[in-house]
Design a protein around this ligand. Structure first.
Ligand code: HEC
Length: 94
């Protein structure tokens, strides 16, 4: 690969990791505000709420859960972007 190709690749990687960090930060806010009361401050789950750990859950799982489980009626209207951010945050807790 020539030099400019390498530079482009490097900047793409850099850009990718910055975006992911921002997603995770946004996801953490959403998680703490909307999920932590049942799933625990660190997504470790809360037996008292019968809520399992949700660390490392993927966006698809989250989307499916919040739209199908009656427990999630308060959070079913999260946007796909918010769900993606949540998944980015939960991935950091593994
Ligand atoms: C009112 C309490 C409550 C809130 C708030 C809540 N959950 Fe849940 N969640 C549960 C319970 C209880 C379950 C267990 C499955 C069921 O009963 O549907 C669950 C299950 C899940 C599961 C499936 C876990 C597994 O291993 O099967 C995911 C993923 C999940 N929740 C994500 C979230 C996210 C993300 C939020 C915030 C946007 C959230 N939940 C907010 C109570 C809650």
């Amino acid at each position: 690969m020539n030099k400019s190709g390498l530079a482009l690749l490097a900047s793409l990687c850099l850009f990718g990791s910055i975006t992911r960090a921002q997603d995770a930060a946004a996801g953490e806010k959403t998680y703490k505000a909307k999920c932590a009361s049942c799933h625990g401050q660190n997504a470790e789950g809360k037996p008292a709420m019968k809520a399992p750990a949700v660390k490392g859950k993927a966006a698809d799982d989250i989307q499916k859960q919040i739209t199908t489980s009656p427990k999630h009626s308060a959070v079913k209207n999260l946007t796909p972007a918010e769900v993606k951010d949540l998944a980015a945050y939960l991935a950091t807790l593994k």
